[in-house]
Structure formats: structure tokens, C-alpha cells
Design a protein around this ligand. Structure first.
Ligand code: NAX
Ligand code: ADP
Ligand code: K
Length: 504
């Protein structure tokens, strides 16, 4: 799914209205209906609903939602800040359509709102959406601070009011702190970036029937990977396939004290469909690996504690995955340099392999084309340089991928995959339970296995990250977030792949 900018969404709104000859307010009605459906499914009638409506079409949505919720027997009040802003036509239309039974409270400062028991209500924030063009000031900023201080549950329509959809919001700006944002037609870029997490704990995207053909022709470097886009990249295993069909993965992983990382990536690789898996690791890990993963073939490095050498016949493998648990010893770095000189098959680099690259950036131009790197934000910062905000980090990600013709999987909530063609794919699966040691090692195993099976680098990254998060979500259903460990993700890979297999 494409992530559209505010300007593109406005164009798509306008096109849809004229192309489908929609009556004034008809598209807004669809949006309000989509919000209302979500609300009815998630929020009971035990609490009164207070809807704060701004002067534009976001406020118009709020008024339409007030009418629809009232028709569904919710107790609703609306609140409109009195300023010199001009009301939009659709705001006025929906104000006219508001049944008389719904109170409209107009206010020009927030003090009179103090005694209206708002902290006990559910607040719907319909002050501003994608039309915001500067930070909020005056009564609007005062209202936002007042609402945030109530510590009530706030549900934002389309965007938390005050948040810029496509660029960095100034740090001291007044922005609603929502528990949920129900966003229309396309997830907004700002809602996918960690720096804005304080403004919306959860985000849910709903479709409002914007013209599909028009959206297909819009250009955007940003995509959101949902179940439909993940499925479209998944390939069934051919009936006459044999283990040779599905590729031979070589993993170079582990060091003394970190053989666990080697085991996690190996098991994940085995569970992700690689035809064969070989692991090269320090001698100390030989027996442990043979016992922990009997399906894998194990090659012991001459060194007891670290990896120092490349196994022979690199060309017989379909892919090489390097990094989890390897440490940063000089001999290991030499081996990495050797690998970059010799390797002719796809590479997946993670963890200390990335730190070794960061410590000697002269190695970066030697990365074979289409190498996949899977840094967490700190590792990515070491590879590039510190950034002031997430938007700058996205820019760096694009530049880095283009410069080194590589794919970068920037891990975290809504992991972002950068590609050499300048695109960014944000993942939709996963949960904070996955923020636990070893879950990145699991991801390396998954992506390596997909590459072994012949998935192009872009598909291997997108599908791998999606499946990893989905397995994490299944693990969360069983164990909750707090107790989740990386092995639980591996145990749920079967369920995650099965979901794709059955619905593709
Ligand atoms: N156009 C349409 O048909 C649809 C619009 N939709 C809704 O409309 C929203 C966008 O509506 P608008 O474009 O009217 O934008 P908004 O409702 O976000 O606000 C725009 C209004 O606020 C003013 N404004 C912007 N920044 C301000 C500031 N800092 N201080 C004071 N005033 C400020 C603008 O001059 C304009 O009058 C979306 O977020 C969505 O909620 C949905 O109903 C879907 C359909
Ligand atoms: N809050 C979160 N929501 C979703 N996924 C997360 C979250 N935190 C971490 N993850 C995922 O867990 C993995 C952690 O990887 P990494 O930081 O490399 O851990 P490790 O090095 O311990 O294996 C990444 O794939 C990341 O996307
Ligand atoms: K809003």
C-alpha cells in the first residue's frame, strides 16, 4: 500500500469526488462511516463521547461522526473553538445536519470546560488533520494542552491534531497525545516514525474508497507492507521441488559466549524454507550446534572461540549470512574482508558484521551489489553518522542504499526497508515483546533462507520482516509481550508461513 502525502491525498479526494460525481459531503460521509464502524467495534457505550471539531474538513468529519454515533445510541457532545478561522463548506454542511439533540458547546477559552467532567469521557479529536500548515497557536494550542492534561482516552480522526503528516513537527508544538489514530486512505508517514510515538500509541488505517486508478498513478517512495502486499510477494513451493530447488544457506555466526546467536539464526533459517543449511562457527560451538539443530550441517573453524576462516567452495552456496554473535576480533574482520573480495553469491550482513564495516568504512564500497544489511538504529548510525530526527534518518537511509547499491533493513517498530531505487517499505507486523535479545538473529536466519530460495533481495527483505513480525504477533498471543523471547518467534514461524500459504 502506498503512503501518500497530504497534498496527494487532497488530489485523490478531489479526483474521486469529480470522477465519481459525488454529492457535496459524500466522501466525508464515507470517511465518517469508516471511523464510526471502527469506533463501534472497539468502544462501548458506557462513556459519554466528547468530539472536538476544528474549522476545516477534519472538524467536518467530527460533526458527521457525532451524528452517526448518536444514531447508534452513543451519548455525544460536540465542542467547537471560537476563533476567526473560516469554516469549510463541508464543516458547515455537517453542522447543519447535526440533530438538535446533540449539544454544541462553543468556547473561546478552556477554563469554562473545566467543570464539564471531560476526563470521564472518551474524547474524539477532530480539530485538524492533513490540512495543518503551521504549528498551532492561540486557542487551538490551549485546547490541545487542556485535552492532553485531562489524561482521558483520546481517539484522533486521521491525525493527532497539530502533528505534521509528512515532515518533522517542531519539538515544542502543541500536538494531541492520542491513544489511537484512525487514519484515512493511507497511513501517514509521521505515524510510522519513532519520534512521534508519544502522539499516537496505536494507528489503524481504514479505506474510504478513493479512486484506485488515480492512486496507482501517484508516485511515492513510501510503502506500507500489509498482509496483501506481503502475500503478493510470496511464492508457493513447486510440487516437484526438492532440497536443491530451495537453496543451500551458509551461515557464518557465533563466538565463544554467543553460540546462542548462532543457534537462533540457524533454527530460524531452517524454519524458513532453506533447502539445506550449513553453519560455520568456532570450534567451541560444534557439539552444541549439532545437538541444538540436527538438521543443519556444521563446519568448525580452526579457532576455538571466534570465526577466522571462510569455508571452502563458497560458490556452492546460494547465499551467505554473516554476523549474529561473531564479535569484532581482528581475525574475524580479516575474514569479512576476504569474504567481500571473494563472494559471488548474495550476502546478508547483521550485527557485528555491521559494526566491523562501521569501524572500517573503506570496506563499504566493496559490498557486492544487492547485499542486505539489517542494522538496528544504533548500528545504522555507526555506519553513517548521527541524525537530528527520523526524517533525516530516512534521507540517510535512501542515500546509503543508493550509494552502495544495497538493501538496508532498519529495524524497530515499523521496521523500514530502504532499497537502491530509493524506495522505503514500512512493516506493519510485530510488537514491543520482540525487543528482546536474539530476535534480530532470528530475522537474519529468515532473510537468509528466503534469499536461498531465490527470492529477489527486495522480496526477501519485505517478506522476511513481515513474517518475523507476524510470528512475533502469534508468540504474543500465546505468551504476552513481557515474557516473549526470541525462540518463541522461531516456534511461531510455522504458523506465520502457514497464514501466507493458506491465504495467498
Ligand atoms: N476533502 C475531503 O473530501 C475529505 C477530507 N477528509 C478530512 O479532511 C481533513 C483535511 O481537511 P482540511 O484540508 O480542511 O484540513 P484540516 O481540517 O486539517 O484543517 C484545515 C483548516 O485549518 C486551517 N489551518 C491550518 N493550519 C492551521 C493552524 N496552524 N492554525 C489555525 N488554522 C490552521 C486551514 O487554513 C484550514 O482552514 C483530513 O484530515 C480528513 O480528516 C475526510 O473527510 C475525507 C474526505
Ligand atoms: N517495539 C517493537 N515493535 C516491533 N518490532 C520490534 C520492536 N522492537 C524490536 N523489534 C524487532 O525485534 C528485532 C530486534 O533486533 P535487534 O535489535 O537486532 O536485536 P538482537 O541484536 O538482540 O537480536 C528487530 O527485527 C526489530 O524490528
Ligand atoms: K485530528
Amino acid at each position: 500500500m502506498k503512503i501518500l502525502s497530504s497534498a496527494q491525498l487532497r488530489e485523490a479526494d478531489t479526483f474521486t469526488i469529480s470522477h465519481e460525481n459525488l454529492a457535496p459531503g459524500a466522501l466525508m460521509e464515507r470517511a465518517a462511516q469508516a471511523f464510526t464502524n471502527w469506533f463501534i467495534n472497539h468502544c462501548g457505550r458506557e462513556k459519554e463521547v466528547a468530539i472536538f471539531c476544528g474549522p476545516g474538513n477534519n472538524g467536518g468529519d467530527g460533526l458527521a461522526v457525532a451524528r452517526l454515533l448518536s444514531e447508534h445510541n452513543y451519548l455525544v457532545r460536540t465542542f467547537i473553538p471560537e476563533t476567526d478561522s473560516v469554516f469549510s463548506e463541508e464543516f458547515k454542511l455537517n453542522l447543519k445536519r447535526l440533530p438538535a439533540r446533540i449539544p454544541v458547546v462553543r468556547f473561546n477559552h478552556t477554563a469554562p470546560l473545566e467543570d464539564r467532567h471531560l476526563s470521564k469521557t472518551r474524547i474524539i479529536d477532530a480539530l485538524f488533520g492533513t490540512g495543518l500548515n503551521r504549528p498551532l497557536t492561540g486557542l487551538y494550542a490551549e485546547t490541545i494542552r487542556f485535552l492532553n492534561n485531562l489524561h482521558a482516552e483520546i481517539i484522533s480522526i486521521d491525525l493527532p491534531s497539530g502533528l505534521f503528516a509528512d515532515s518533522a513537527t517542531p519539538e515544542d508544538a502543541a500536538v494531541i497525545k492520542a491513544s489511537q489514530t484512525i487514519t484515512f486512505a493511507s497511513p501517514k508517514l509521521a505515524l510510522l516514525l519513532p519520534q512521534n510515538q508519544v502522539y499516537s500509541q496505536q494507528m489503524h488505517s481504514v479505506l474510504i474508497g478513493l479512486n484506485i486508478g488515480f492512486i496507482e498513478n501517484l508516485r511515492s517512495p513510501f510503502y506500507y507492507v500489509d498482509s496483501v502486499s506481503a502475500r503478493s510477494r510470496w511464492k508457493p513451493r513447486p510440487r516437484f521441488g526438492h532440497k536443491g530447488t530451495f537453496g543451500h544457506s551458509l551461515l557464518l555466526v557465533g563466538s565463544y559466549g554467543k553460540i546462542g546467536a548462532a543457534i537462533l539464526s540457524t533454527r530460524a533459517c531452517l524454519r524458513s524454507g532453506s533447502g539445506l543449511v550449513s553453519v560455520s562457527l568456532p570450534r567451541a560451538g560444534y557439539q552444541i550446534m549439532q545437538t541444538a539443530a540436527p538438521e543443519a550441517m556444521v563446519l568448525a573453524d580452526p579457532s576455538e572461540k571466534i570465526i577466522t576462516e571462510l569455508p571452502p567452495e563458497l560458490e556452492k552456496y546460494a547465499v551467505v549470512g554473516l554476523g549474529p554473535g561473531i564479535g569484532q576480533a581482528a581475525e574475524t574482520k580479516k575474514m569479512l574482508g576476504n569474504l567481500l573480495e571473494k563472494v559471488k553469491v548474495p550476502l546478508v550482513l547483521d550485527a557485528d558484521a555491521l559494526n566491523l564495516l562501521a569501524a572500517d568504512k573503506s570496506l563499504l564500497p566493496k559490498l557486492p551489489p544487492e547485499t542486505i544489511l539489517t542494522p538496528h538504529p544504533k548500528e545504522f548510525e555507526r555506519l553513517t553518522q548521527p541524525f537530528t530526527d527520523d526524517f533525516e534518518r530516512l534521507k540517510r537511509l535512501r542515500e546509503f542504499c543508493q550509494q552502495y547499491r544495497c538493501y538496508v533493513v532498519l529495524k524497530g517498530a515499523n521496521t523500514c526497508i530502504g532499497t537502491p531505487s530509493g524506495n522505503h517499505f514500512f512493516n506493519s507486523t510485530g510488537n514491543p515483546g520482540m525487543a528482546t535479545g536474539g530476535s534480530g538473529d532470528v530475522l537474519t536466519g529468515i532473510i537468509t533462507a528466503l534469499r536461498a530460495q531465490g527470492y529477489p533481495a527486495e522480496d526477501a527483505c519485505i517478506l522476511g520482516v513481515y513474517i518475523h513480525g507476524l510470528a512475533g504477533d502469534f508468540a504474543k498471543n500465546e505468551k504476552g509481550e513481557t515474557a516473549l523471547i526470541a525462540s518463541d518467534i522461531i516456534e511461531n514461524l510455522g504458523k506465520a508461513f502457514k497464514t501466507l500459504e493458506e491465504t495467498a
